[in-house]
Design a binder for this molecule. Structure first.
Ligand SMILES: Cc1ncc(COP(=O)(O)O)c(C=O)c1O
Length: 404
């Protein structure tokens, strides 16, 4: 990456200078009172973004270690599970479940299409499942599934825990963890949270803690066993707090400093304002893309506020398109996945890149790259259409164009 390139991957995505600079601090021990205070605050702030009063655990790694720790902590060999899939990332839970000795059942929907809640309810009612999992924001197709609350209720009615993969939505889309009664809400640092790669997060409900506490066989993982991370009432209160969170591994002190600052930025902006900013910038991007004659993969009613998957015109290879986008316009992103690997690209408009400056530049760059491949474009149409979306939005929310 050159320093002025923009990282518009669907994760990792760009990081604000303020967050990067927060890491320029002297080394300290994870057990120092100074760091413990930061550690406590990070978890309190994360809970605010998750909209939860549940404990949030930060597991070292990335989104997938968050998923793995959540699944390993509740699942015992032979436990039946159901995974709802509508893209590439749904299947990640299936791999983890199978490796953990669980029985993985799947109900799948076409990429970019809405879910059918009746079919899901029927399946859950028949299955006797211990765990039901689904993805909130399917990063492979660019679709957001807001029915998680309804699915959680179905799971609970039939005695199952509910795991939601909110890896590419936390910080970029409404995620009412408590209202939806999510038992294991999983996310990570480097997508819409706009922080460096380093952690998976899991917000754990009381229902999930009690399943962990009542296991017949102990969890087979030491460092991914969430029970080992559970905050305990502290004999010696730190910073006036009554809970102390165990640090089960040596904490990556500087990554926490960055996350602390990223969370500060989110709370300064306000979570609702941030969700609106993502929604409007995503809309501007999608409408701009359509003005170029392209069509996002996900159906408009479920279009994601953080990522768009765009099938390319026939004959243009994603590798060639992305190479030009990067070399000529300084935009770094990635191709589609699974069946869209050879014919689509994905743009992450999340965190610090969900702003007009990045959206308008990307639209201009895409238009220019398409034209260089001989695809007929109407010059300026994409930027102009996006500009109209911003103008309409600004009538209601004058601050929407502001860089946070
Ligand atoms: C929805 C979803 N789930 C899981 C993952 C895996 O997370 P990570 O790559 O951070 O380990 C990703 C990554 O893109 C994702 O988008």
């Amino acid at each position: 990456m050159k320093t002025d390139d923009i990282l518009m991957c669907p994760g990792p995505n760009d990081i604000a200078d303020r967050v990067l600079r927060a890491m320029i601090r002297p080394a300290t021990a994870p057990g120092s009172p100074e760091f413990q205070e930061v550690f406590e605050q990070v978890h309190e702030r994360l809970a605010q973004v998750f909209q939860t009063s549940n404990q949030v655990i930060t597991v070292p790694g990335s989104g997938r270690t968050g998923l793995e720790s959540a699944i390993l902590s509740v699942l015992e060999p032979g436990d039946p599970t159901l995974t709802i899939t509508a893209g590439y990332f749904g299947s990640m839970a299936i791999r983890i479940i199978t490796n953990a000795g669980g029985k993985a059942d799947e109900i799948s929907f076409p990429w970019g299409e809405p879910l059918d809640l009746e079919r899901i309810e029927e399946k859950i009612a028949q299955g006797g499942y211990k765990l039901v999992t689904m993805v909130h924001n399917e990063t492979s197709s660019g679709a957001l599934y807001q029915e998680a609350g309804a699915v959680a209720r179905m799971a609970h009615q039939h005695g199952a825990l509910f795991l939601l993969d909110a890896i590419s939505s936390l910080g970029g889309a409404p995620l009412p963890t408590d209202e939806w009664e999510v038992d294991l809400c999983v996310s990570c640092s480097h997508k819409a949270m706009a922080s460096p790669i380093g952690h998976g997060y899991v917000a754990v409900s009381d229902r999930a803690w009690s399943v962990m506490e009542q296991r017949k066989e102990p969890c087979r993982s030491t460092f991914f066993n969430l029970l080992n991370w559970k905050a305990q009432p502290s004999e010696e209160a730190v910073g006036g707090r009554t809970h102390r969170r165990p640090q089960v591994v040596f904490s990556s002190v500087h990554v926490y400093y960055a996350l602390h600052e990223a969370l500060q930025m989110i709370l300064e902006e306000g979570v609702e304002q941030r969700w609106n900013r993502h929604r409007i910038n995503a809309q501007a991007f999608r409408e701009g893309i359509q003005a170029l004659g392209l069509k996002p993969l996900a159906k408009p009613e479920i279009a994601s506020p953080t990522v768009t998957c765009i099938p390319l015109p026939e004959g243009i290879r994603p590798a060639d398109f992305l190479q030009k986008l990067r070399a000529e316009h300084g935009i770094y992103t990635t191709r589609g996945l699974g069946p869209y690997r050879e014919n689509a690209i994905r743009i992450g408009h999340m965190g610090v890149t969900a702003i007009p400056r990045c959206i308008l530049h990307t639209l201009y760059a895409m238009e220019s790259v398409l034209a260089s491949f001989g695809y007929p474009v109407s010059p300026g149409a994409a930027v102009s259409r996006a500009g109209q979306v911003y103008a309409e939005a600004q009538q209601h929310q004058p601050e929407i164009g502001a860089v946070p």
